[in-house]
Design a protein. Structure first.
Length: 202
């Protein structure tokens, strides 16, 4: 409820008081009601001013050069430091790029926009294939991204899309990297005799 609405409600309430109870209340009581209304309005104004300032601060798109440099240094040392970054910095391409190059699993702390960025996701899965878990659904369905993840860690195939788990060539590629990846293939392809043999041979 904004201040305008609060004022309307209070004014209506006072009018109602005057109309219905003018003969039943003293002038002193009516004055106290007016004072209460003024005090309530002041309180509401303070609350709305605080609310506005709070959200303005959090929604600001500006980051100081010092903050940017400090976060760069932090993620260069440990990509997972991205976890404590502000929403703005977690959406900063340069910061996230550095973070995932240092530790692919830092992708989990990136913004939704950057989890769907091909370059960011590519760098993340090249550093740690299991980072595929944190990529967007769209990226988990990209054959070249999933291949890179599997090359780094065959177990990452479990995070590929259902469509790719049902892709015979992709399953074959995953098995060649890591035989146990066969377990993540679709139920249909797990019945494929050639793929079964390939998994056993490797």
């Amino acid at each position: 409820m904004n201040l305008f609405t609060i004022e309307n409600v209070l004014e209506s309430s006072l009018n109602l008081l005057n109309r219905r109870f003018v003969m039943q209340v003293t002038e002193q009581q009516k004055k106290m009601a007016v004072i209460a209304m003024v005090a309530f309005n002041l309180l509401a104004a303070c609350f709305l001013a605080y609310h506005h300032c709070f959200h303005a601060k959090n929604e600001s798109s500006e980051v100081s050069d010092l903050e940017l440099e400090q976060m760069k240094q932090a993620v260069q040392q440990d990509g997972l430091a991205l976890q404590v970054a502000s929403d703005i910095l977690q959406n900063n391409f340069e910061i996230v790029k550095i973070a995932v190059q240092q530790n692919g699993r830092a992708l989990q702390f990136a913004s939704e926009r950057l989890k769907n960025d091909p370059e960011i996701v590519k760098l993340a899965v090249q550093q740690n294939g299991l980072a595929l878990l944190f990529a967007s659904v769209s990226m988990q369905n990209q054959p070249h991204i999933v291949r890179l993840a599997i090359q780094q860690n065959g177990s990452s195939f479990q995070y590929a899309s259902d469509q790719l788990k049902n892709n015979r060539e992709m399953v074959k590629f995953a098995i060649q990297q890591q035989p146990s990846a066969f377990l993540f293939a679709s139920s249909t392809l797990r019945q494929d005799e050639e793929l079964k043999q390939l998994a056993q041979m490797n």
